[in-house]
Ligand binder design. Structure first.
Ligand code: ATR
Length: 287
């Protein structure tokens, strides 16, 4: 990759950001298509976020991804939001359009693209069981509703958070087919008769000794398992593989949400296979 006077800058704002895998696959994509772009990690402390965001304009940075812990806070400094960011109150992608910053959130759409294109699973008319009611769950539920799913069951450790999500889906998205399954009742057999897909949006599974939240006899009944954890193969995914249930992990979502950002910045179709290849090679070389 040759850096020239004309090279366009993109990158990621996060804190910490050292672990980010986005520079790997974004730079591979630029290189593959011969685009004069570069993608850089920017470690931005929360107290510096305002000035860092201003600097996007000052340095004519074309676009940035935004990750933990800035996704909510950065909204204050952005000029215009797309409809999804407006509804969710979060931004994970910024595009600098002639000095005006437009914010997007590509997590939900990235999830859907990954599910349909890599997972070959269309969620239309399907019944969803989603674990978790944090930021990712909001984005994923919103995107699933756009895809016209039939029913969403939410189960979350803290009941109040599930209730907030339910109200959000009822009121903001006018979607009524939502039911909360109290966390302690999540394995009751009658719930599992008609579930098509389990989605784990919690952080359970990131650590080696994390428990399996759904019993194997219930997992057995579903057609697809999606776990957004991406740092290791979770117990949930291990069971899905054992039962030969099609499944995907969070790396797929990471790539597809990044691909949408790439397309917003460059106007070119993202070379998904190249992005995946570079990411998997990097992970393999990291051991
Ligand atoms: P994200 O933006 O990635 O969704 P988040 O907003 O911090 O992250 O949400 C984390 C989710 O994981 C929440 O649903 C959280 O449940 P609570 O609402 O009860 O906090 C869930 N979670 C985290 N640790 C958990 C654990 N040990 N057991 C069950 N759920 C857990």
């Amino acid at each position: 990759m040759e850096i020239k006077g004309t090279t366009k800058i993109t990158g990621i704002f996060g804190y910490p950001v050292k672990h980010s895998l986005s520079p790997v696959f974004q730079n591979s994509a630029f290189e593959y298509l011969g685009l004069d772009y570069i993608y850089i990690p920017f470690e931005i402390k929360p107290k510096d976020l305002k000035f860092a965001t201003k600097s996007i304009k000052i340095f004519s940075i074309v676009g940035v991804n935004v990750t933990i812990p800035h996704k909510k806070e950065i909204i204050k400094y952005i000029d215009e939001l797309d409809a999804t960011s407006e509804i969710l109150g979060v931004v994970n992608t910024i595009h600098n359009i002639d000095g005006k910053l437009k914010g997007y959130t590509t997590d939900g759409d990235g999830f859907i693209k990954s599910l349909k294109e890599e997972g070959n699973f269309n969620p239309k008319n399907k019944n969803i069981f989603i674990l978790g009611a944090g930021g990712s769950s909001y984005a994923i539920c919103g995107a699933l509703i756009k895809e016209k799913v039939n029913y969403i069951f939410i189960s979350n450790r803290t009941y109040e958070n599930a209730l907030k999500l339910k109200k959000h889906l009822n009121k903001k998205l006018n979607f009524k087919n939502v039911e909360i399954i109290p966390f302690e009742k999540r394995n009751e057999k009658n719930i599992w008769k008609n579930i098509d897909i389990i989605i784990n949006t919690t952080s359970v599974g990131m650590k080696e000794n994390d428990p399996l939240l759904i019993e194997k006899s219930n997992i057995e009944k579903v057609k697809f398992v999606y776990d957004i954890v991406y740092n290791r193969k979770t117990e949930l995914l291990k069971v899905a593989e054992e039962l030969k249930i099609p499944n995907l992990d969070g790396l797929s979502m990471l790539i597809y949400q990044g691909a949408i950002s790439f397309e917003i910045w460059t106007g070119k179709k993202a070379p998904i296979e190249i992005m995946k290849k570079s990411l998997y090679e990097k992970i393999k070389s990291n051991g």
